[in-house]
Design a protein around this ligand. Sequence first.
Ligand SMILES: [Zn+2]
Length: 805
Amino acid sequence: MGDLQDSVEKYLENNPQFAKEYYDKKVRVEVITAAFRENLDIKDPSSYKDVSQIQEATIIFDLIKELQTEEAMEKSMHKVLQRICLLVNADRCSYFVVRARNGIPELATCLFDVTPTSKYETNLVNPLAEIVFPTDVGIVGLLATSKKGVNVPDVKQVGGTIRLVQLFFLLSLFNKYLNFASVVALQHYTKYMWNVESRRSQVLLWSASKVFEELTDIERQFHKALYTVRTYLQCERYSVGLLDMTKEKEFYDEWPVKLGDVEPYKGPKTPDGREVNFYKIIDYLLEAKEEIKVIPGPPADHWALVSGLPTYVAENAFICNMMNVAADDYFAFQKAAVDETGFIIKNVLSLPIVNKKEEVVGVATFFNRKDGKPFDEQDEQITEALTQFLGWSVLNCDTYDKLNKTEWKKEIAQEMVMYQTRASLAEVQEILEKFDMDPEDCDQKEMYKLLRANIPEAKDVDLLEFHFSDFPLSEFDLIKCGIRCFFELGVVEKFKVPAEILTRWMYTVRKGYRDITYHNWRHGFNVGQTMFCLLQTGRLRKYYSDLDAFAMVAAAFCHDIDHRGTNNLYQTNAAPLAKLHGSSILERHHLEYSKTLMAEENLNIFQNLQKRQFETVQHLHDVCIIATDLALYFKKRTMFQKIVDATEPMPDEKEAIAYVSNNPTRKEIIMAMMMTGCDLSAITKPWEVQSKVALMVAAEFWEQGDLERNVLQQEPIPMMDRNKSDELPKMQCGFIDFVCSFVYKEFSRFHKEITPMFDGLNNNRAHWKELADVYQAKLDAIANEKKKLEEAENKKGLFYTHFFS
Ligand SMILES: [Zn+2]
């Protein structure tokens, strides 16, 4: 045998051509034979030990075939590993995947303890049970970072328990067989990346087209983009929380904090300093039947918020990719089903939506990747691209909004020029006779004398009376009366308001009011006059400086300027743009308008003030005009009542004055309540006045009701429904009881000088009640009549039934 072997060896060495041909032929035969075999049927691997050399080609061919299959990567990899195990005579081997989350690479078990005979299902690691460890730990970690194979002959030496372990990194060259594993993995990876790329481009394409399509309404825009991309995101649910963008709170929302009634906000803040407040949540539930839910003012325990993750993301502007959240103890994710659908949160990817100004405008959170795996780096990239688009779209809205506001201002200015809203010289001369244009020729003292001579005395027109009525006066007379108020306050001389500027301003304010049924110049004037009266006759002036009083009366005259006869609700329904401006839409417009007047040199009654004084005036205009939004009245009620409660037992007037005037917040709250008292003052006027004014208010409401019915195709509320006009007395009683009564009752408790207003109110209440009762009696009578008729009919019916039966 030895001899034969030697001679064969020698022969082959001397005839390499023959040797090559022989093996080529021989191997090909083996390979072809193997190719026709269905399976590689390995029953006992140990028996193959000696024949492994012969089996090699078969096994390799089998592996090549595996590359062609369309099966899941894990399944292919499993087969590859089984064969590798066999070839290298390993007991078992495992497959770890390298991926990155949150920018940190990590290793995760994918196939565990694969032996040549083990089942795929038992080796495949459930994504929820996978073991994850960083790449700088252990042998596997070392492999992943070094990308070189390691052969540990006896793991006992390195502290392991298995006798022999072959470890490898998928892209490394451990030995020639491992290349197959690498190819399987690489092929899978390429396919996956292609899929990622195509999804990414689709996501970008869709969001781009949708984002720029809709420019007016930010939420609709977000929704459109998010809804369109839903199939590409491949997750079971996602939820978008929109953050409140107000940096500075409205002055009235600061009051409770400034008064110490409410603790200052100590919760999380966005990086640019805003309170983290999700004012709206849009949930996309895609796991079963597609469902989208919009939740305004979501509760803190809303399923998508309760974990605290979106808040954390809003606070830090980090991307957070969390796997197996049930095991997480930093965030309080619900472990059980989040709702009745039985949905359980497994993996979560949460991203901030950041606009170009680097402000976090919202947080998008994605739940459970559809294939059950954790979100990976690619998911992070796709969703980041999407949230970036959403962030940019916000900027578009902002720009649009700003553009629109400037347009609005321009519009007001243009209107004033075009429609000659600004008082002309001739008009100014109607009041300020013999006034000529050149200011240098005008001695202000002379001018004041001239002006005073041409306007009525306060006592002649009851200017200082709460029961003042504008009915006997013309609209032109009211302009003069307005000027008189400022002289009475003593602010004209003190703040050096040029006579012709005051005249022009007052005339222009009058012209700024439209010729509508109720919210016209007469209403504007009445509110200014009541403010003047509260300060002087009601003695509320003692809490305020002359400058305050000046600004308050001026703001009161302007408070409804350019009113269009429809209320905020109608504006919100009719113009989607109005939603962008938030609350108090109309009031903000009146405010804008009055500030436009201040910005004009020859209309600015505050032109001779110092900068700080002017800023005070502007702020008081904000407070006074916005305060007339009745929606805010309910916010300030209790705060006002507390001030009244506190000052009532004070025996010394000085104490009360100090209590109020040393505290700017209390001053503002009273001021805001005074504005409400002025705005509603018609309800306190003598019955002859109130009964007529109430009809005017009603008529304007009915006009809006008609608009709602005809233009918006909505049923108006009873108050605005002219078909329910008979119910006016009853509605007036309700209005008095629920809104007005508190105001005048508290004011007369605060200052007894204001009691005439409360008396007037009660007198009107009695009148309305009487009318309501009369109407009710009429209704009752009709109902009675009807009942009698029905009874009669019934009797008749009974009679006939009886007769024919
Ligand atoms: Zn008003």
